[in-house]
Design a binder for this molecule. Structure first.
Ligand code: THU
Length: 166
C-alpha cells in the first residue's frame, strides 16, 4: 500500500521591518544590535539573534567562531543556551535573526541552519510553546509562526522511544 503525503506551512513576508508588529520590530532591532558583538574572523558573516521570553525579557546572542571551525557556535544557539542556563522556566516565544558582512546588512532573510533548527525544535517541544521566527533581511523579512515548521518530520525525543512500553 502506497500513500502520497504532503506537508506544507504558511509563512509571512514583509517588505520592510517597519511593517512588523511593534514587539517583533523591537526584537529584530535587538538582533541587529547583537550582530555587532559577533566574533566572525573566518567567515566575515556577523550574525545576531534575539530571543523574547514569556516574561518579555530579551536575551541576545551572536556567532562566535573558532580556528577549529566546528567549535564555533551560531548566534541562535548562543542566545538559546544563554536563556536556558540563566532564565530557566521563562519560555522563549519569539526569535529574531539578523546578519551583516562587509558593513552591509544581509539582503536576504537570515535562515537558521540545520543545527539551530534542531535546537529550536527541542525548545518548542520541552516548553510546549511555539517560537515565532523572524528572519531579518534588508530587502525582505520572513516570519514563521513556529520553528518546528522549518524542520518537518523532525527527529526528537519521541523518536528515541523505540519501545513505547518504557
Ligand atoms: N551563522 C549563524 O550564526 N546563524 C545562522 O543562522 C547562519 C550561520 C553563523 C555560523 C558561522 O559563524 C557564520 O554564520 C557563517 O556560516
Amino acid at each position: 500500500m502506497k500513500r502520497n503525503k504532503n506537508i506544507s506551512f504558511t509563512y509571512k513576508e514583509f517588505d520592510k521591518a517597519e511593517d512588523l508588529a511593534k514587539a517583533d520590530l523591537e526584537l529584530l532591532n535587538s538582533a541587529k544590535k547583537a550582530s555587532e558583538n559577533a566574533y566572525a574572523p573566518y567567515s566575515g558573516f556577523m550574525v545576531g539573534a534575539a530571543l523574547r521570553l514569556e516574561s518579555g525579557k530579551i536575551i541576545t546572542g551572536a556567532n562566535v567562531e573558532n580556528a577549529a571551525f566546528p567549535s564555533g557556535i551560531c548566534a541562535e544557539r548562543n542566545a538559546i543556551s544563554n536563556a536556558s542556563a540563566n532564565y530557566p522556566g521563562d519560555k522563549p516565544v519569539a526569535l529574531a535573526i539578523a546578519a551583516y558582512s562587509e558593513n552591509n546588512h544581509s539582503p536576504e532573510p537570515v535562515s537558521p541552519c540545520g543545527n539551530c533548527r534542531q535546537v529550536i525544535a527541542e525548545e518548542e517541544l520541552r516548553n510546549r510553546k511555539k517560537i515565532r521566527i523572524i528572519m531579518g533581511g534588508k530587502s525582505k523579512i520572513r516570519l514563521v509562526e513556529s520553528g518546528g515548521d522549518l524542520l518537518p518530520l523532525q527527529f526528537n525525543s519521541n523518536s528515541l522511544k523505540v519501545n513505547p512500553r518504557k
